[in-house]
Design a binder for this molecule. Structure first.
Ligand SMILES: NC(=O)C1=CN([C@@H]2O[C@H](COP(=O)(O)OP(=O)(O)OC[C@H]3O[C@@H](n4cnc5c(N)ncnc54)[C@H](O)[C@@H]3O)[C@@H](O)[C@H]2O)[C@@H](O)CC1
Ligand SMILES: Nc1ncnc2c1ncn2[C@@H]1O[C@H](COP(=O)(O)OP(=O)(O)O)[C@@H](O)[C@H]1O
Ligand SMILES: [Mg+2]
Length: 307
């Protein structure tokens, strides 16, 4: 295992602190058949230190998601027969995004992560479009949320006001290819395409892989788009296993919810996530480690990076 240094220390805790000090986060996603993904994100957010974690899921997945960890709260939304988010609720308010917007837990969330396992159906599209417009919120878009943004060309619209755009996208190379048209086999081209997105929208982009690259604006309020790049130093091919990225989504959302800015949250999340992967591989081997062992090593990884 390489010996490397964290880009910044993990935030410490005061002796009189309480769970409200560590962020309320919401994770939106899951569907019947992919309930594990949003559960992994939610458990990762808890293990990264979030005070309160709510998974917003299609109602057909509620028991499954809630059953993974007693610390996860769940908010069920109407589902299609296939078990994805429905477009309408048949009630008042009627459209699914109105239900999300009017929910008190969602309204109070310090950070919202969206996408793992949610599918790309009409209900999910409405939720992603709504979330992209919430410019006063910290948001993480991953997996199907990125696929939806790509399919519906949501980034072709005029950029959001820079000052408010606290958005992190966490594509793997296949998702970035859908977003930009640049092939996963062209790593330099993908990094350049991600830089272009950063300069235009002032988003932070985490281009996953071995190694993961973090790209973000130097000054998000500046009109002329700037971009800085950080190459992560942790992680290993044992992490090429289902659910590794879902864990990262929860960690990223957790750190944003704890008050870190997007550049710091992204660099620290990928560092601790990769280190947890390195510790899991050391204990279990690269082939045998899974997302469960990765999740189980977040604590050991944090312990080496604490303030
Ligand atoms: N337990 C669960 O419920 C899980 C659900 N998942 C969900 O499944 C859905 C589909 O996501 P997937 O990522 O599996 O499928 P995708 O079709 O998005 O990605 C797989 C494809 O992307 C490309 N790709 C990915 N990483 C690459 C790399 N490093 N280099 C080059 N090409 C690369 C490859 O072409 C690969 O076939 C998402 O909603 C996701 O959240 C997955 O996260 C796995 C676990
Ligand atoms: N060869 C590798 N070296 C280092 N990290 C890797 C490697 N392969 C995958 N990973 C990491 O594992 C995660 C995979 O994410 P993703 O493809 O979204 O998985 P999933 O959608 O199955 O959860 C990313 O954080 C990525 O950086
Ligand atoms: Mg993924």
């Amino acid at each position: 295992m390489k010996s490397t240094q964290a880009p910044l220390p993990f935030p410490g805790r005061q002796s009189d602190s309480h769970k409200g000090d560590f962020g309320r986060v919401v994770l939106i996603g899951g569907s019947r058949g992919m309930a594990g993904s949003i559960s992994l994100s939610s458990m990762a957010a808890l293990h990264t230190g979030s005070g309160l974690v709510t998974a917003v899921v299609p109602d057909r997945c509620l028991e499954t998601v809630a059953g993974f960890h007693p610390g996860i709260m769940t908010l069920p939304l109407p589902a299609t027969p296939a078990g994805e988010f429905a477009q309408t609720t048949g009630g008042v308010p009627d459209m699914i995004e109105s239900v999300v917007a009017s929910n008190a837990t969602v309204a109070k969330a310090d950070a919202i992560g969206c996408g793992p396992g949610m599918g790309t159906g009409a209900g999910s599209v409405r939720i992603v479009r709504w979330l992209l417009e919430q410019t006063d919120r910290c948001r993480v878009f991953d997996a199907d949320a990125i696929n939806i943004i790509a399919q519906h060309r949501f980034l072709d619209r005029p950029p959001l006001p820079r000052r408010q755009a606290s958005v992190v996208l966490t594509p793997h190379p296949g998702e970035l290819a859908r977003l930009t048209g640049v092939s996963p086999s062209d790593r330099p081209g993908q990094i350049e395409a991600a830089e272009t997105l950063v300069r235009r929208h002032a988003f932070t982009i985490v281009l996953k892989g071995g190694p993961t690259e973090v790209l973000g604006p130097v000054d998000p309020s500046e009109e002329a788009g700037t971009c800085q790049r950080h190459t992560n130093t942790t992680g290993n091919p044992g992490m090429a296993t289902a659910g590794s990225g879902d864990v990262l989504t929860g960690m990223m959302t957790s750190l944003l919810g704890q008050g870190l800015g997007p550049w710091d949250a992204a660099r620290l999340a990928v560092y601790v996530h990769g280190l947890a992967g390195d510790l899991a591989a050391k204990a279990h081997s690269q082939p045998a480690m899974t997302c469960v062992e990765l999740l189980g090593r977040i604590g050991d990884a944090i312990a080496t990076t604490e303030d």
